[in-house]
Design a protein. Structure first.
Lengths: 157, 93
């Protein structure tokens, strides 16, 4: 996780476009200024960042389905449950499955596990639209490559 | 079996916490019921699921933006119900 850049996904572990699901991995950093405030003497991964990690994982799936030609933006979070504390150093597996692909939006069920134990889950709705500019379209491809997601995977996943 | 309008009205009442008896076939989802675009996503999701269709929201929005259609054609509920019936019929054709 690159908390300072709000990039919470380290790598895509599995992409299955037939089943419309994705699995990502992210390691909570051992040290971060985030933990100096949340909380002094008891560092915890903030729940909102876990929700963001589920949203970003869902976004990579929808981007892949759309072959990186459209952008996803978080629209709503429902039924978010933060089931247990997530501590610095935890290695998280984040999964998301497409529930429904609507016109201009997508609904996904996402969950986060640590060592096989489910730590949080939510239903995520993303708005799906044209890229607002070409700069973002290009940067998203670079970010996708950083997490191991290529346009070829989006075609063949 | 309830009518298309009844199904839509029930979805809107439940999704947006609007009294069911204030929702009529003449109601405009945006202008009369005050439904915003985010709530309409939830309504579209529920309608898509209930009828097994995909409301073409992007196409409708584009047509309104281009001046080729009015919001009344898609967001007055009796008209929305008619569009849904058309989509359901097209699916079964």
């Amino acid at each position: 996780m690159r908390l300072e850049y709000f990039q919470l996904i380290d790598r895509v572990v599995d992409l299955n476009l037939t089943d419309r699901r994705i699995s990502c991995e992210a390691t909570v950093p051992s040290v971060s200024t985030v933990f100096e405030g949340h909380f002094p003497g008891f560092p915890l991964m903030p729940g909102v960042l876990l929700v963001e990690a589920m949203a970003q994982t869902s976004g990579w799936l929808v981007s892949s389905i759309n072959q990186f030609k459209r952008m996803s933006f978080l629209a709503s979070v429902k039924e978010a449950k933060l089931r247990t504390f997530v501590l610095p150093g935890y290695v998280l597996n984040i999964e998301s499955k497409l529930v429904h692909e609507g016109s201009g939006y997508a609904v996904l069920d996402a969950k986060v596990r640590n060592n096989g134990k489910q730590v949080c889950d939510a239903t995520i709705t993303l708005r799906v639209m044209e890229f607002p500019n070409q700069e973002l379209a290009g940067e998203m491809l670079k970010m996708a490559a950083r997490v191991g997601l290529t346009p070829e995977m989006a075609l063949n996943g | 079996m309830s009518s298309t309008f009844e199904t839509i009205a029930n979805i809107i009442a439940e999704t947006c916490d609007i009294p069911r008896d204030s929702i009529t076939p003449e109601s405009h989802a945006i202008n009369d019921l005050g439904i915003d675009s985010l709530d309409f996503l939830d309504i579209a999701f529920a309608i898509d699921k209930a009828f097994g269709i995909k409301l073409p929201l992007e196409q409708w929005t584009q047509e309104v933006s281009d001046g080729k259609a009015t919001t009344d054609q898609y967001f007055v509920l009796k008209n929305l119900a008619a569009r849904i019936d058309e989509l359901v019929a097209a699916k079964g054709a």
